[in-house]
Design a binder for this molecule. Structure first.
Ligand SMILES: Nc1ncnc2c1ncn2[C@@H]1O[C@H](COP(=O)(O)OP(=O)(O)OP(=O)(O)O)[C@@H](O)[C@H]1O
Ligand SMILES: [Mg+2]
Length: 399
């Protein structure tokens, strides 16, 4: 890309040191903005609404930055616009693009003209974390070298927020979409509802493994996992309510380690508040979903729960899921956004009495309430990414 015609630069050509780490992103959709915010957490990032044209307008007066991330969706002739951008953009500023094309030739052409990276929309936090962040910031994405299964924790900010329903159906839909093996781990050992909702009876295996990790070998899974279908297994317990359990952190770490060797995804129904013994689950989670309903109690607890997760695992893992949105009598959306300080990351509307009927029938709601699948799809996409295999192929081809 020619940069001979750079005409606008700071008078003495020495940008201030303070702004040299600044990354400015111009995107037009909320999903991409959220993915960039989370994936570039900790960096000096400004996210603005707009496309490559807005970026050029900024560069006319402000070139004091480290990197630029711009959306070229809807631009008829991106190469002409990129040519213009290159004139305004100082040569040492990294430029990454977001767009609609998934064509390999397009990607290759962009790399040839010296762009840092190209990501197809819709962006996910993981795409930003694993593909863009290392190129912009040079740091390795957290967990990138970690080959174990992807842990997703589901925590209800209030009782009855739908944590168990979401955990079960998310596990089923993840398996269906990705064709990978999925474990559903219920850490409510005494009053867990996953088994009831799926119409199965757990044995004592999980409790034994969590209390005495030395006794949990690879046979543990054969004994404790109940196959829900070809790809999904449930690992849960049904201990007496008056039982004195002695769950240890080592036990939790060991069980999770075994599950992560065998399954690609582990969806965990997590008891709240977290007993210290289950901190390893939060620590190893790539996604922690904090569920709340549009109620005062949910709002109050969601804030505290997000803070607890952040303290254990870091801020970029936490996603707020507003469940049963628009339920009659619930708080208005504006009140919720104000109290949360932001829009919820994910929303599932109230899906009516079919959800409770499914519980009473002992069948997954996914099979009983048709709309649930559609509302879970964006969450599955955030967790698994789109075209995960294709991403791997691109990486091998180019690096
Ligand atoms: N989006 C929804 N629309 C309608 N009903 C729902 C929705 N999500 C969950 N429910 C219903 O709400 C009830 C409580 O759900 P669930 O048991 O999953 O919540 P929970 O957070 O796990 O509760 P607990 O605090 O008891 O563990 C169930 O009857 C379930 O079917
Ligand atoms: Mg529950």
């Amino acid at each position: 890309m020619s940069v001979d015609m750079v005409t606008i630069s700071p008078p003495d050509d020495t940008p201030s040191v303070a702004a040299r780490d600044r990354i400015v992103c111009f995107v037009n959709d909320e999903l991409s903005a959220a993915a960039l915010r989370k994936g570039l957490e900790g960096a000096n990032v400004a996210i603005r609404r707009g496309t490559i044209r807005n970026a050029m307008r900024m560069l006319e007066t402000d070139t004091d930055l480290f990197a630029l991330v711009v959306d070229i969706s809807g631009i008829a002739d991106p190469f002409t616009e990129l040519e213009k951008l290159s004139v305004l953009c100082p040569p040492d500023v990294l430029v990454a693009l977001i767009g609609e094309s998934r064509e390999i030739t397009f990607y290759r052409e962009l790399m040839e003209i010296g762009l840092t990276e190209y990501l197809p929309r819709p962006l996910t936090r993981d795409m930003v974390l694993h593909q863009l962040r290392p190129k912009l910031l040079g740091d390795v994405a957290p967990g990138a070298a970690d080959r174990g299964g992807h842990v997703i924790s589901i925590c209800g900010a209030q009782g009855g927020a739908g944590a168990t329903s979401i955990a079960i159906n998310l596990a089923l839909q993840l398996a269906e979409t990705t064709k990978a093996k999925v474990a559903l781990l219920d850490l409510h050992l005494q009053n867990g509802e996953t088994a009831v909702m799926l119409g199965v009876r757990p044995g004592p295996g999980l409790r034994i493994a969590l209390e005495n990790p030395m006794r949990a070998d690879t046979l543990f899974l054969e004994r404790a996992a109940i196959e829900i279908n070809d790809r999904v297994s449930l690992i849960s317990a049904d201990e007496d309510l008056d039982a004195q359990l002695d769950i240890t952190e080592a036990g939790v770490r060991h069980v999770l380690g075994l599950l992560r060797q065998r399954f690609s995804y582990i969806v965990v129904d997590v008891p709240v508040p977290f007993p210290p013994s289950i901190h390893p689950v939060i620590m190893l989670s790539r996604h922690v979903l904090v569920l709340l309903e549009a109620e005062v109690t949910g709002l109050r607890n969601a804030h505290a729960l997000r803070t607890a997760v952040t303290n254990i695992a870091g801020k970029d893992r936490v996603f707020t899921l507003l469940n049963r949105a628009n339920r009659a009598g619930g708080l208005p959306r504006a009140t919720i956004v104000k109290a949360l300080g932001a829009e919820p990351d994910m929303v599932i509307p109230d899906l009516g009495k079919g959800m409770t009927q499914a519980v009473n029938l002992g069948v997954p709601a996914l099979k009983h309430v048709r709309a649930l699948r559609r509302h879970l799809a964006p969450i599955v996409r955030e967790i698994a990414g789109v075209g995960a295999q294709r991403k791997g192929w691109l990486r091998r081809l180019f690096r």
